[in-house]
Write a protein that binds this ligand. Structure first.
Ligand code: LLP
Length: 431
């Protein structure tokens, strides 16, 4: 919820410049109203529209205690991918049965944690993992629900690093017939797991459903195989996340997903054809829930004009709080939060303070005349910004503030220098 008052940026009713003064910069600001709006959108276009469906927020996009509280209050489930995310969810009192656990190499200790907490589902990525789960469940005399993540062998229109459904992928179980059949038989026969169905995730930041629909066909064939070959009815299909958001003007021209109607229609039709009840359908949106709700505030410092070439405007963060431009050449929009009314603009390049030439956040953007001390806001940084932040160059991880209709709440404190060296030790030999 971006607004403007007295030439100043407002986020969900809060003055961005005041937030920067109060909490310091860099600062991640999340609009609670926007997050809630996205959750409600999912309810309207999916959960309320189709019975027996769930949406599990892919919390790798932004994981924190407060975020998990919002997700719980909004009635969504949660997808975690590590012991750390699971631990955070449990500490937020997130209902364990509404948690599902993804990941291509879950550790024994993570599986133990998941079984101990009694989480809702483990999305199994291969036979080795099934063995680990069986060992843990046997020892703890427990049984757990599982789905198999398959590699659907589809291409997707996104950056290569965030495409996950190709045949040549570290994610999922390869589709070779004997391999997948062996997996299915093992799961059906296992005393320790309750085999519910199949999962795929084709990629991220997608603006159409071509690859979801292609992957769905592959999953449906497996549903049919289970029925015909083993007389086993699949109860759940998870079609992953990947719904794209708007980062810049170019994205605004693309259709805005959720593109679930054709997916649901196809599953209904297929279930009728093979004579089974339509399985539960689950989606795992991450970016689309938090991406556009997040804005990062920075203070401008050094400004260098390289005559005839470019003006570098340095901010007090960079790739340490947003690695996406350096890693995926991601494009962002930004604005001078304290000079919104200025009609005279100039073309500059916004760069970070890390010792890397690639630490450029926005190349060639038109902004109001920049001066040291100005507050620069970058939009749509809510997904995979804070969650991929690093201590490179020993910069500290910024604070996170939640704003809602004019009120602000600190939800993650700024990391201190002491926090950064807390786990460091000097061996006696160096004292
Ligand atoms: N489910 C699974 C199994 C996933 O691997 C992912 C994302 C999601 C759901 C959520 O996808 P989303 O709805 O957020 O697109 N760091 C990258 C994105 C990596 C996504 C990894 N998996 C970026 O900043 O673009």
């Amino acid at each position: 919820m971006i607004g403007k008052k007295n030439n100043t940026l407002y986020i969900d009713g809060c003055n961005a410049v005041k937030l920067a003064q109060e909490y310091g910069t860099p600062l991640y600001v999340y609009s609670e109203s926007d997050i809630v709006g996205k959750c409600r959108e999912i309810r309207e276009c999916f959960l309320n529209k189709y019975p027996n469906t769930r949406a599990a927020y892919a919390s790798k996009a932004f994981s924190s205690l407060a975020m998990y509280k919002i997700i719980e209050r909004e009635g969504l489930c949660l997808d975690v991918v590590s012991g750390g995310e699971l631990y955070t969810a449990i500490k937020a009192n997130f209902p364990a049965e509404k948690i599902e656990f993804n990941g291509n190499n879950k550790l024994f200790s993570e599986i133990e944690l998941a079984v101990d907490y009694g989480i809702g589902r483990i999305i199994v990525d291969g036979l080795n993992e099934l063995d680990l789960i069986e060992q843990v469940c046997k020892r703890k005399k427990k049984k757990i629900n599982i789905l198999y993540r398959i590699t659907p062998e589809v291409e997707s229109d996104s950056h290569d690093y965030i495409v996950t459904g190709k045949k040549d992928s570290k994610f999922g179980i390869p589709l070779d017939e004997d391999v997948i059949s062996y997996h299915i038989e093992k799961a059906i026969q296992s005393e320790y797991v309750n085999f519910l169905g199949f999962h795929f995730h084709v990629g991220s930041q997608l603006h159409d459903n071509t690859s979801h629909l292609a992957a769905l066909e592959t999953s449906l064939k497996l549903v049919e195989q289970c029925k015909k070959q083993y007389n086993y009815t699949i109860k759940e299909l998870n079609v992953g996340g990947g719904f794209g958001i708007r980062y810049n003007d170019e994205d605004h021209k693309k259709p805005y997903p959720y593109f679930l109607e054709p997916i649901m229609a196809r599953i209904e039709e297929f279930s009728q054809q093979i004579g089974i009840e339509r399985p539960a359908v689950v989606i795992e949106p991450g970016r689309s829930i938090v991406g556009e709700a997040g804005t990062t505030l920075h203070t401008i410092g050094s400004i260098k004009n390289i005559k005839g070439i470019r003006k570098y405007v340095s901010i007090d963060g960079g790739m340490t709080d947003n690695i996406r431009p350096a890693l995926y050449q991601a494009k962002y929009e930004g604005i001078m939060a304290n000079k919104m009314g200025d009609s005279k603009t100039e073309k500059v390049t916004i760069c970070g303070k890390c010792c890397e030439s690639g630490d450029i956040l926005i190349k060639d953007i038109n902004i109001a005349h920049p001066e040291p001390g100005d507050i620069f806001a970058i939009f749509s940084t809510g997904a995979y910004g804070y969650s991929m932040a690093s201590n490179y160059n020993k910069n500290n991880i910024p604070a996170v503030v939640l704003v809602n209709k004019g009120k602000d709440y600190l939800i993650v404190k700024r990391q201190t220098y002491d926090d950064m060296i807390r786990n460091e030790l000097i061996p006696d030999s160096l004292k």
